[in-house]
Design a protein around this ligand. Structure first.
Ligand SMILES: *Cc1c(COP(=O)(O)O)cnc(C)c1O
Length: 349
C-alpha cells in the first residue's frame, strides 16, 4: 500500500501546554509526587504524543485502565512505573504483568487471590471508599489475604471531587481508616479535581488525568489549566443554496435567503455528536461560521456567507475549550476528549 494521503481532520496537541498543565498540577500537589493517567490513549489525544511530553515534564508514574494499553505506554516511558487500574482478571493478565513489569492494581479479594497464587510480586491496592466502581470494600479491608500482599501504593478514587459534596470528606475519612489497617509504601487519593481540594487530600502521589489535557473540573483550576487539544476540520465542498432549500438530516434548517454554505469533514465518529450542533459554530480567521441543521453522520454544514475567501480544502477551527464546550453541549469534558476518534491526523506542536 502507498502512504495514505493526509486526513481531512487534524488535531494539534500543544506540547508546551500539556507540560505546563502537568507542572501546575505537580505544584498544586504540594509534597506529593504527581503521576499521569494516560488511559484511553491519553484521553483521546494519543499516547505517542502525550507520554514523552509528560515524561519530560517530570512524570514517572503512569496509569492505564487495560492491559492492552501497557505496551504502547511502556515503549515511551522506559524506567517509569505503569499501573493497570482494572487489575488482573485471568492468569494470562498476571503473566503479562510479570513479563512487562506493569503493576496491577488489585481491586477485589478475588484479584488478590489470583495475584498471590499466580504472580505475587509488588502490586497496588484500590480500596473503594464510596464510588462503588472498583476496589476492595471497606468491610473487607481486614481480610488476612490483603496483609500478605506487597502493596506499593494504596489508593482510592473520589466520586465527586468536581463538586463541593459531603462525599469528599466522607471518602477522605474512610481512606484514612483503610490506610491505618493495610500495609502500603505510599498513599494516593487524588484525581485532577481532588488536587484542587488542598493538602489534606494529597498524600504521597496524585493521579491527574483530565486537567493534563485541558479539563477544568473545579473553579479553583480555572485560569491555571491551558487548552491542549486543537482540532481542525477541512472544507470538503462549498455550495450555493437558495431560499427554501433545507440542509442535513431531517431538514431541520431551511434557508430564508440565498446562502453560501460549506460542507465540513466532521461527524459523530470524530466526537462531534448532534448535541454540539445547535447554536454551535466553527472558526475561520476570527470569523464564526454557524452550524446549520443537524450533524449528519460524517459531515456538518456551516454558513460561509461571511467567509468569502474560504475555499475547498481550507481548515476550520473546531472550538475545544473543554469547560465551555461541556456547558454548551451537555457532554462531559471527559466525553469530549475521549470520543475524538481515530480519523484525525494528530501532531504535537
Ligand atoms: C481516570 C482516573 C484518574 C484520573 O482522573 P481525572 O478525573 O481524569 O483526573 C485517577 N485515578 C483513577 C483510579 C482513575 O480511574
Amino acid at each position: 500500500m502507498p502512504d495514505r494521503p493526509p486526513a481531512t481532520l487534524r488535531l494539534r496537541v500543544d506540547e508546551a501546554a500539556l507540560k505546563a498543565n502537568w507542572k501546575t498540577l505537580d505544584r498544586l500537589s504540594g509534597h506529593a509526587q504527581t503521576g499521569a493517567a494516560v488511559k484511553a490513549d491519553a484521553y483521546g489525544l494519543g499516547v505517542e504524543h502525550c507520554v514523552p511530553a509528560l515524561r519530560e515534564a517530570g512524570a514517572r508514574h503512569f496509569f492505564v485502565a487495560h492491559w492492552s494499553e501497557v505496551e504502547p505506554v511502556a515503549s515511551l516511558a522506559q524506567g517509569c512505573s505503569i499501573a493497570v487500574l482494572h487489575g488482573p482478571m485471568t492468569a494470562g493478565d498476571v503473566s503479562f504483568a510479570e513479563a512487562t513489569g506493569a503493576v496491577p492494581v488489585i481491586n477485589s479479594l478475588a484479584q488478590a487471590k489470583l495475584w498471590r497464587e499466580q504472580g505475587n510480586g509488588p502490586c497496588h491496592l484500590m480500596v473503594d471508599t464510596g464510588i462503588n466502581r472498583l476496589g476492595i470494600s471497606m468491610q473487607d479491608i481486614g481480610d488476612p489475604l490483603l496483609q500478605m500482599l506487597e502493596i506499593k501504593v494504596l489508593m482510592s478514587h473520589l466520586a465527586s471531587a468536581d463538586e463541593s459534596s459531603g462525599q469528599n470528606a466522607l471518602q477522605l475519612d474512610r481512606f484514612r481508616q483503610a490506610s491505618a489497617n493495610l500495609p502500603h509504601e505510599a498513599l494516593s487519593l487524588c484525581n485532577s479535581a481532588g488536587i484542587a481540594m488542598g493538602e489534606g487530600y494529597h498524600f504521597d502521589l496524585t493521579r491527574p488525568g483530565l486537567s493534563l489535557y485541558g479539563g477544568v473540573p473545579r473553579p479553583e483550576l480555572s485560569g491555571h489549566i491551558r487548552q491542549v487539544a486543537f482540532p481542525q476540520a477541512s472544507v470538503l465542498q462549498l455550495r450555493q443554496i437558495s431560499a427554501g432549500d433545507s440542509v442535513g438530516y431531517n431538514a431541520t434548517f431551511t434557508a430564508d435567503r440565498a446562502m453560501r454554505v460549506a460542507v465540513i469533514s466532521l461527524g459523530y465518529a470524530d466526537g462531534f455528536l448532534r448535541t454540539r450542533g445547535p447554536e454551535g459554530a466553527l472558526g475561520w480567521e476570527d470569523v464564526a461560521l454557524p452550524i446549520l441543521g443537524k450533524v449528519s453522520m460524517d459531515m456538518i454544514v456551516v454558513d460561509a456567507s461571511n467567509a468569502l475567501n474560504l475555499g475547498e480544502g481550507d481548515w476550520l477551527d473546531v472550538p475545544f475549550d473543554l469547560p465551555d464546550n461541556a456547558a454548551k453541549s451537555g457532554l462531559s469534558q471527559y466525553e469530549l476528549l475521549t470520543t475524538l476518534g481515530n480519523r484525525f491526523d494528530r501532531s504535537v506542536l
